[in-house]
Design a protein around this ligand. Structure first.
Ligand SMILES: [Fe+2]
Length: 278
């Protein structure tokens, strides 16, 4: 199990990070002379990166007044869970804390924020099952915001999960029984009294992003992970295989990996990316 305890990490400044970005990304951020002003307002802690697929996940903290310099699209799916603050995407809407989007490739957008915002941000990277290409950033004119640069076929543009934009607080929790009934092979968590909100799901592979609410005094014995989990502890804390995971910790497990028990005294809320069925 990989663990990233973000509270023990320093924030990276976006201006420093630009030098590490793929060339096709950094050359497409906007006018070179304005990059420092804009991206010094972009703070991040990296959760996960896969150079092969170009998947990456970051905890980001954008400062008040942040604004992308240009509109752009990605060849990759982009996914975001907002923790707090405000973020307005051109051609879309304003997102606040506990809002979520899964955006298929090609849709043109730019982000601005008045008060700043904190979020989990993912570029999904190359994954044919999700219709997702490599991480990239391609500048397009602002007046095309909200349209798709890659296809004129509106249905095809949506990909398998659709373009999902939701206030997760307006979704009902699924009980353990409801969830087991719908996705019996996903009993990877012991599920003793947990509740779940499915934020986006691939109907072919059942890969999904979800909020999982773990009750107080939760405990399951040693077992193995039926599916891979990549997850962020939003609230409370939990213990997996004797490792304490406080709020703002990230962990990754793979399908078939064993664990030595999972427990939570306080209860916990986690954002989880659950892998496809094998
Ligand atoms: Fe984006």
């Amino acid at each position: 199990m990989k663990i990233v305890r973000t509270r023990e990490m320093e924030w990276q400044n976006g201006w420093d990070v630009i030098s590490m970005m793929p060339d096709n990304y950094k050359e497409n951020l906007g006018p070179a002379e304005k990059l420092e002003e804009a991206y010094s307002k972009y703070l991040q802690k990296n959760l996960s990166i896969d150079l092969e697929s170009t998947f990456r996940g970051d905890l980001i903290d954008l400062q008040p007044g942040f604004a992308d310099l240009t509109d752009a699209y990605h060849d990759s799916v982009e996914e975001c869970f907002f923790i707090a603050g405000d973020c307005t995407l051109s051609g879309e809407q304003t997102f606040y804390g506990y809002h979520y989007f899964w955006r298929p490739p090609g849709f043109i957008h730019a982000a601005t924020s008045v008060t700043g915002f904190k979020a989990l941000l993912f570029l999904h990277g190359e994954d044919p099952s999700e219709g997702s290409g490599r991480a990239s950033r391609v500048i397009r004119p602002t007046e095309l915001a909200g349209t798709n640069a890659l296809t004129a076929d509106a249905a095809a543009a949506l990909g398998p999960r659709g373009w999902v934009k939701i206030d997760t607080e307006t979704l009902p929790w699924l009980s353990e029984e409801q969830f087991k009934g719908m996705y019996p092979e996903l009993n990877a968590f012991g599920l003793n009294g947990i509740e779940i909100k499915i934020l986006s799901i691939n109907p072919e592979t059942l890969a999904m992003s979800a909020l999982i609410k773990i009750p107080e005094n939760f405990q399951i014995q040693e077992d193995f992970w039926v599916r891979g989990f990549r997850a962020f502890v939003l609230e409370g804390s939990l213990k997996i295989s004797e490792q304490d995971l406080d709020a703002e910790s990230w962990f990754e497990t793979s399908s078939g990996e064993e664990h030595q028990g999972l427990s939570s005294k306080t209860g916990s809320l986690i954002f989880a990316k659950i892998s496809a069925k094998n």
